[in-house]
Design a protein around this ligand. Structure first.
Ligand code: SF4
Length: 344
């Protein structure tokens, strides 16, 4: 098992999420559904970034373990397959911390202060004190998480390309300072652009946990229907007799992503002619969502927490072997070795 993770000749990809609790349809469409497809073509590493949760939630760590379990079960429920992907927990691979320390030595503070999300998040999360060293340095930890697996690709949506660029700059700086037998140790990963349609939440804004407008992958059918009933619609349709436009309606956006062409045609005709009411239309959208969610929920129910933890343990063992391969080279390139030997 471990050997196959290390010797695969397929290009390697890596991605991860912070353990924020149960995942929602926006997470699924923006990342997970793509990751599931990548498993057919790439040597995949997917992780749960529990140390990253500490960068902003250091004062209250009581939910991290439960949130990690929820994300893990949602990974498996979405279709990440431990036979084809290495699924692991960041904090179980201590090599990430070692590389974070070493890359921290070479990363200029100015690079970190210029990361747009640094100032944005400090403003947006004004209720938290984010003047800590860990929060400023999270892009270095992120670079370490990526570079330690020497992946060729990192799957990103259009809006995340800038994040990957800093990782590439850190790799470039490392490679300028240090070489191993004349060659570069940390290849710059390329962005693997993946479609990430923006999914509207029930209030019409982007679906996001912080807006409280999500449909979770674990929501049972009655709850999905209830949430959709309250969803905002095209503001032009005040009365049942008003004509509307699915292109100006968040429910229409859901239909475009999840409904069959036949249903979508009925939605366009019915909405533009006022032939259907919004309640009926939302019912059809709920039908489509339930069709997507049901197999995900069935798969989630097929795993016990003990089985999921075993998968995480095995994946972390495999990830550690791969990470250590990189660290042997990194230590040697930096001449951080005793008696000419690298390793711990
Ligand atoms: S009929 Fe459907 S698409 Fe049209 S405004 Fe109502 S909910 Fe939106």
């Amino acid at each position: 098992m471990a050997e196959s993770a290390i010797s695969s000749s397929r290009p390697r990809v890596l991605s991860g999420m912070r353990p924020t609790g149960k995942l929602h349809l926006g997470n699924y469409m923006g990342a997970l559904a793509n990751w599931v497809k990548l498993q057919d073509k790439y040597d995949c590493y997917f992780f749960i970034a529990d140390w990253h949760a500490l960068t902003s939630d250091y004062a209250d760590t009581s939910k991290i373990a439960a949130n990690t379990m929820d994300v893990l079960l949602d990974y498996l429920a979405a279709g990440l397959d431990p036979a084809r992907s290495v699924i692991f927990l960041q904090s179980k691979v201590l090599q990430h911390a070692e590389l974070n320390l070493l890359l921290g030595m070479i990363t200029p503070v100015g690079w970190l202060e210029r990361v747009p999300t640094y100032k944005d998040q400090q403003k947006n999360l004004a209720n938290k004190d984010l003047s800590n060293f860990g929060f400023l340095g999270y892009p270095v930890l992120m670079a370490s998480d990526i570079l330690i697996y020497q992946p060729q690709f990192v799957p990103v949506g259009n809006d995340q390309i800038a994040h990957l660029e800093l990782t590439r700059e850190v790799a470039r700086r490392f490679n300028q300072f240090y070489k191993l037998d004349g060659r570069e140790v940390l290849p710059e990963p390329q962005a693997l652009l993946t479609p990430s349609p923006q999914l509207p939440g029930t209030d019409g804004r982007k679906m996001s946990k912080s807006y409280g407008n999500t449909i979770q992958l674990t929501d049972p059918e009655p709850l999905v229907r209830k949430k959709l009933k309250t969803m905002v619609t095209d503001p032009a349709r005040i009365r049942r007799t008003d004509k509307g436009d699915p292109d100006k309606c968040p429910v229409g956006d859901l239909h475009k992503l999840f409904s069959t062409p036949e249903t979508l045609a009925k939605v366009y005709d019915g909405c533009r002619s006022a032939g259907i009411g919004c309640i009926e239309c939302k019912g059809w959208a709920a039908d489509s969502l339930v069709q997507i969610l049901q197999p995900i929920q069935d798969r989630r129910a097929s795993y016990t927490e003990a089985q999921a933890l075993e998968i995480l343990e095995n994946g972390s063992n495999r990830a550690r072997l791969r990470a250590e391969q990189t660290m042997v080279e990194v230590r040697a390139a930096m001449q951080m070795t005793q008696n000419g030997k690298s390793g711990q």
